[in-house]
Design a protein around this ligand. Structure first.
Ligand SMILES: *Cc1c(COP(=O)(O)O)cnc(C)c1O
Length: 457
């Protein structure tokens, strides 16, 4: 039995409160109903084919329709659909995934704490980091440093670590003991300097904040190697090594939130490898199962593991679904598929550089002030004046106008302010990059026509 789009929309409006959604607007417009998918394409309930240049929500790394993942889930559902990992028990898929994760993560990561999502992973980070310093007899080390415009999830701790002011305004956030510094966004914050100089300056803001709070009160620094939801903010090459130096100097734990950048997105297994730093802890989720089922976790490096295991006693933390056997079985199948298909190398050596080339060409468009990529993440900044790099007035919402054209033309691209961003599945081919780029160019032209009708330039 198939229901009509209108029928789906009516039922949706009547019963479903969506995440990150203005409910009145959605009631007026009706939801877009996605009914099936294959490879890099989606279909909606009216039969329109859509190029999914956002991999669902940055997660469908192996693309849709991978039978190996379906089979793994089916087998596990029949064999043992659930058992927990509390009370000194474990299941084979959770153990095997822990083992495989220790192989694909950088040296020094031999242990994992499983969660159900990235947000839960970052809640785990907050509790684990503070527990670490407690056990070491430095309970005053409470402060966790983060960046403005960061995204670390939507739970109380995740949203507090995050630097989205709109999220802080709802629910009395951030929780105590979180401090934010400015993000390493050269275009917005550093254009008087070379990117290399700016990278050092932006890292210096961390040191200044540490001095202000007192180094002995600071527990950890957390950052996404590339800020994703904040608009694909790619830091200068000098940034992360300097952050590492500052954390080392003050013995502060360094946490890499790899929820987007993990599992091949940047052309390395993990983003910290792309940017040359060695975190003590890493949060992961999304790409670990390519989104087929929910799973997240924290990779815990030697420095923290030794304290937790040798001196820590009971860690009073965990989730019903920590190490869920079906999720872990899908995670195993997903990572093995990434290995078999050579997707990390495909991004690093082939389709990543090709996307970079195509984005450089898009920078010629009259609306595009800056085009940049990192692996299979890319951003185009829409500007009013290319020479001066002047933005459009924000009340024009030009990014949203462009996004509207994308949807209407069969392309899912996200707008963060006036930054148009993509993160297509890692299986994307060069021919599909061409297809995506052609769609982007058409949507930019339509947006340009709208801007001109509105009196631009
Ligand atoms: C999506 C995301 C999260 C939150 O993950 P959920 O699974 O939605 O809870 C955390 N950090 C980063 C960098 C993310 O992109």
């Amino acid at each position: 039995m198939t229901r009509s789009t209108q029928d789906w929309q009516a039922a949706d409006s009547a019963h479903f409160l969506h995440p990150f959604t203005d409910y009145q607007t959605l009631q007026r417009k009706g939801a877009r109903i996605i009914t099936k998918a294959d490879n890099v394409y989606l279909w909606d309930s009216d039969g329109h084919k859509i190029f999914d240049a956002m991999s669902g929500l940055w997660c469908v790394n192996v693309g849709y329709g991978q039978q190996a993942l379906v089979d793994a889930a089916t087998r596990q559902l029949k064999e043992l659909p659930f058992y927990n990992a509390f009370f000194q028990t474990a299941t084979p898929p959770a153990i095997e995934l822990a083992e495989l994760l220790s192989q694909v993560t950088p040296p020094g990561f031999s242990h994992v704490f499983f969660t159900g999502s990235g947000s839960e992973g970052n809640d785990t980070i907050v509790r684990m980091v503070r527990r670490y310093w407690d056990v070491l007899g430095q309970p005053q080390r409470q402060f966790i440093m983060s960046r403005k415009n960061a995204y670390h999830g939507s739970t109380m701790a995740g949203a507090s670590l995050g630097g989205m002011t709109g999220m802080h305004a709802q629910g009395g956030l951030p929780i105590p003991g979180i401090a934010h510094i400015e993000q390493p966004y050269w275009f917005a914050n550093g254009r008087g300097m070379t990117p290399e100089e700016f990278g050092l300056t932006a890292a210096g803001w961390l040191e200044a904040k540490i001095e202000e709070l007192g180094p002995h009160n600071v527990a950890a620094f957390i950052g996404e190697p590339v800020q994703g939801a904040g608009g694909v903010i790619i830091p200068p090459e000098t940034y992360w090594p300097e952050i590492q130096r500052i954390c080392d100097k003050h013995q502060i734990l360094l946490v890499s939130d790899e929820v987007i950048t993990g599992f091949g997105r940047t052309g390395r297994w993990f983003g910290c490898e792309r940017f040359g730093f060695r975190p003590d802890l890493m949060t992961f989720a999304k790409g670990v199962t390519s989104g087929y089922v929910p799973l997240g976790g924290v990779m815990v490096g030697e420095r923290v593991v030794r304290v937790l295991i040798d001196q820590g006693g009971e860690f009073e933390h965990g989730y019903t679904y920590s190490g869920h056997p079906v999720a872990c079985a899908v995670g195993l199948a997903n990572i093995r598929l990434i290995q078999q298909l050579g997707l990390v190398e495909h991004v690093r050596d082939d389709v990543g550089p090709y996307l970079a080339e195509q984005f450089r060409a898009l920078a010629d468009h009259p609306l595009v002030g800056m085009a940049e990529t990192c692996g299979l993440m890319g951003a185009l900044l829409l500007v009013k004046d290319k020479a001066l790099g002047l933005p459009f007035p924000s009340e024009l919402h030009l990014g949203m106008v462009c996004r509207g054209h994308c949807f209407a033309n069969g392309l899912i691209m996200r707008a963060v302010g006036d930054r148009m961003i993509v993160a297509p599945p890692l299986v994307t081919t060069r021919a599909q990059v061409d297809e995506m780029t052609a769609l982007i160019r058409r949507c930019l032209d339509l947006t340009l026509a709208d801007a001109q009708r509105g009196g631009w330039p």
